[in-house]
Design a protein around this ligand. Structure first.
Ligand SMILES: [Zn+2]
Ligand SMILES: [Zn+2]
Length: 284
């Protein structure tokens, strides 16, 4: 294992939370979801065989919590086969270095996300001026410098397969970040959407705190390419997922999901794209 890993220079705990923080649910057999402050991680795998994969790596300082949730479902000293990242924003890689050291497992991400995971490229600064609520306004606190995982991070296979998750395929869903991916399981139409869309209005502090369900576009303060974000939502909507777990907000299923996701895809410009902000050009 390459021991030379480091977080971005602006890495720090962020004081934001929700009523679901610390709670876990079994979304489906072999799919567990856990909320860390304001972000979700997923564990996909079979508790009997103890073979599983972690999807995303939580907030800064949450490694012990992620290890104990993993052990709760998969047994003492269990470890995932790999960590798959939907993207590399601070709230999805917050505990990754401690986890890689503890478990000694590889990390997989889309090749366009690798520069943001190997210390080469910073994300654009979060935009506190974007149209939105308190979370958007406090987003200047959010780290945007890249983590450096060295040789511990690998490119996902180009053929769409997901290492150690044979039922899933990955789909490139850029816009929120260049190498953002979603994971889809055809047999029961399960979608792990990362931040391509979310089920809570992530820029509103009240809605984040209460986790009121509402299919929304990607978190505004970090989204820089709205044209790509729109196409990604349209592609995910066309998959007609039966269940969706997103990076923020509670899992959603059935008719509520299909109706709201279709609406988001059709009315993306109105619902998702902010009226003003640094990365918005509504004329696009
Ligand atoms: Zn994000
Ligand atoms: Zn996020």
């Amino acid at each position: 294992m390459d021991q030379n890993m480091k977080y971005g220079s602006d890495y720090k705990p962020v004081p934001a939370t929700s009523i679901k923080s610390g709670q876990s649910i079994e979304v489906l057999p072999e799919l567990f979801c856990h909320t860390i402050q304001i972000v979700n991680i997923c564990l996909a795998g079979n508790p009997e065989t103890k073979e599983f994969v972690l999807i995303d790596a939580g907030m800064p300082g949450s490694a012990n919590e992620i290890v104990s949730v993993s052990e709760k479902y998969f047994g003492a000293n269990s470890r995932p086969k790999a960590i798959i990242l939907t993207h590399g924003h601070f709230d999805h890689v917050g505990a990754i270095i401690e986890l890689v050291k503890h478990w000694e497992v590889p990390v997989y991400a889309h090749e366009l996300e690798i520069p943001f995971l190997t210390g080469q490229t910073s994300y654009s600064e979060p935009d506190p001026t974007v149209e939105g609520g308190m979370v958007a306004k406090m987003s200047s606190l959010f780290p945007n410098e890249p983590v450096d995982l060295g040789s511990n991070v690998r490119k996902l296979p180009m053929d769409g397969t997901v290492p150690h998750l044979p039922d899933f395929r990955w789909i490139h869903t850029p816009g929120h970040s260049p190498g953002h991916i979603s994971l889809f399981r055809e047999k029961d139409r399960t979608l792990l959407a990362g931040d391509a869309f979310v089920t809570v209005k992530q820029d509103s502090l009240y809605k984040v705190l209460t986790q009121k369900q509402e299919v929304s576009g990607p978190p505004r303060y970090f989204t820089t390419d709205w044209k790509a974000a729109k196409e990604s939502v349209q592609e995910l909507s066309s998959l007609k997922p039966a269940v969706a777990v997103t990076g923020h907000g509670l899992p959603m299923a059935g008719e509520e999901l299909s109706k709201e996701l279709e609406k988001l895809a059709q009315e993306f410009d109105n619902i998702a794209i902010p009226d003003y902000g640094r990365y918005v050009d509504k004329k696009q």
